[in-house]
Design a protein around this ligand. Structure first.
Ligand SMILES: [Mg+2]
Length: 396
């Protein structure tokens, strides 16, 4: 089998990769909804792929894996990797999880990162109310994640929150020392959310990036009695293109609250220090950023060898990304907690893909399906009307 074309269309705001072959089998990959600008970056790899056998996934990846970087610049390589696995599975007539070593679990736990309700404010009462709605969501999530601190509007909505300069805008731009009032405000909001969840539903907190080490340690220690699932990205994270394992290690060694990072990190090499130095308790790579699902699987195994847990990121990965998360998570070792559940936005996404169960999430889990490849495909006749002018030939 040979690759004859690499295409990319921005559908909604997700760049979608389609790899076409000479045997009539095609494969899909998806990039986060926050990155519609990556289409030219996907097409940059086209000349390197043409003529290659897509079922030799690793041989193809060796040609392009070096040519990516931390979020958002690892996404194109990651989406291509997933499309290759999709083809390999379809060609062999088996679900991708079989090619990754087979299932460890028949259903995969997800955590709520995608089912959201608008915050009415940033007081403890507002956090409690918002958490109540998420707890009552029909998906029956067993773990819910919420943004606090620098990963929320607190820096500009809570008076005297930080001694740092306060910026507004995308990509969590704030960083700096917390005031005592700021620290106490975060703790009160977490207490209010735990009041709602009790010990029935786990609470994970996305915190930054932006914390200074002493504040990170104070917060983590103050929350110890509340048994939160993890504190995510306090030091680095999101669009920060470096790891700072030693700084994370200082925080992690100071507290029994689990410390988490990794959604922006590209490739196993960049997880090496975090894992070998036991710098965090939980890693959260995103298959759409790390370099693909096999890369994520490799890092998960290496983390397990070092006593580190994994909770893959995925909130903006869309419905094809969801399929990839299900396939790889079915194969992960027993350090697996749950992956972050993405939803299709806009709602019409559910009309243009086929293969997802209905409902998708039951009691906080997704049943792993057995269809060949990723098992979820775009329906060309349904998707055509959502293609942009310049992408009209995407399905040709
Ligand atoms: Mg995060």
């Amino acid at each position: 089998m040979k690759i004859t074309d690499l295409k990319c269309a921005v559908i909604g705001s997700n760049p979608i990769v389609r790899i076409v072959t000479d045997e009539g089998i095609d494969g899909y990959g998806e990039i986060e909804a926050s990155k519609p600008y990556l289409k030219p970056h996907v097409l940059f790899y086209k000349d390197l792929l043409l003529g290659e056998d897509p079922t030799n996934v690793e041989r193809v990846m060796l040609k392009i894996r070096r040519l990516g970087s931390f979020k958002p610049w690892g996404s194109a390589v990651s989406a291509i990797e997933m499309a290759l696995w999709d083809i390999a599975g379809k060609a062999a007539g088996v679900p991708v999880y079989k090619l990754l070593g087979g299932k460890v679990r028949d259903r995969v736990r997800v955590y709520n990162g995608g089912v959201r309700f608008e915050m009415q404010g940033y007081s403890p009462k507002d956090y409690a109310e918002n958490m109540r709605k998420m707890k009552e969501a029909p998906e029956g999530f067993t773990i819910i994640k919420q943004g606090i601190g620098f990963h929320s509007a607190m820096p500009h909505q809570v008076p005297d929150f930080t001694y740092g300069e306060v910026n507004t805008g995308k990509f969590h731009p704030n960083r700096g020392p917390l005031t005592e009032r700021g620290l106490k405000h975060i703790i009160s909001c977490v207490e209010a959310m735990k009041e709602v969840l009790g010990d029935e539903v786990g609470l994970a907190l996305d915190c930054g990036p932006g914390f200074m080490v002493p504040d990170a340690i104070r917060l983590a220690k103050a929350l110890e009695p509340l048994n939160v699932m993890w504190l995510e990205d306090m030091i680095t994270g999101d669009y920060v293109p470096y790891v700072l394992a030693d700084v994370y290690r200082e925080v992690t060694r100071s507290t029994s609250t689990p410390i988490h990072t990794g959604e922006q990190i590209y490739l196993r090499q960049n997880f090496k220090d975090l894992i070998e130095r036991h710098a965090v308790n939980v890693i959260g790579p995103d298959p759409c950023d790390i370099g693909g699902i096999a890369e994520l699987k490799w890092v998960a195994e290496y983390a397990d060898l070092h006593g580190i847990l994994i909770a893959p990121h995925g909130v903006l990965d869309g419905l094809l990304g969801l399929a990839a998360l299900v396939q790889v998570s079915a194969t992960l070792p027993q350090n697996y907690i749950a992956f972050e559940y993405p939803v299709g936005r806009p709602q019409w996404w559910y009309e243009i893909v086929e293969g997802l169960p209905n409902p998708i999430v039951k009691d906080g889990f997704i049943e792993v399906w057995d269809k060949p490849g990723m098992g979820v495909n775009l329906i060309p006749e349904a998707a055509q009307k959502y293609l942009r002018e310049e992408d009209q030939d995407f399905f040709d």
